[in-house]
Design a protein around this ligand. Structure first.
Ligand code: DQA
Length: 147
């Protein structure tokens, strides 16, 4: 059984009602159901969300300790959290795949969103495709985890 961690940063718990023109009307629960439907039978989707940087970093450490591939939407932390970047580097340095995802395309938005401090240490990044960003990331992490 492969467990895939799908980690979501600040304000993503408000999906569905938060800026629907940018992020769509689907909720995190809708996303979880979609990924569960996509996942092969021997893959477990462990979707989590937090507004707290320390909690997110703790989950990345857990990914390393339990050897879990990661899909990460760091939300606003993307743009400034060096602590999160360092935690992502620990994951990818350990040989686990970590895909950075975004629902929107940050490069078509405000200037401050054009910088990601995470991308340089992530395995890859998929952005701008709504829930499809996560669905494509799931297939990519599974191909890289030998599942
Ligand atoms: C986001 C893009 C970020 O700039 C923003 O702060 C978010 C969501 C996205 O999924 O498009 O909270 O990561």
């Amino acid at each position: 059984m492969t467990r895939v961690l799908v980690l979501n940063g600040p304000n993503l718990g408000r999906l569905g009602t938060r800026e629907p023109d940018v992020y769509g009307r689907g909720t995190l629960e809708d996303l979880r159901l979609q990924l569960e439907e996509d996942a092969p039978d021997d893959v477990l989707i462990d979707l989590r969300q937090t507004d707290d940087e320390g909690t997110l970093i703790g989950w990345l450490h857990e990914a390393v300790d339990k050897r879990m591939p990661v899909i990460l939407n760091p939300a606003a932390f993307t743009h400034y959290s060096y602590a999160l970047r360092d935690a992502v580097a620990i994951v990818t340095d350990s040989g686990l795949p970590l895909l950075e995802v975004h629902l929107s395309n940050p490069h078509s938005r405000e200037e401050f969103r054009h910088t990601s401090v995470v991308t340089g240490v992530a395995t890859g990044v998929i952005a701008g495709l709504g829930f499809d960003s996560y669905r494509l990331a799931l297939s990519a992490v599974l191909r890289r985890s030998g599942s």
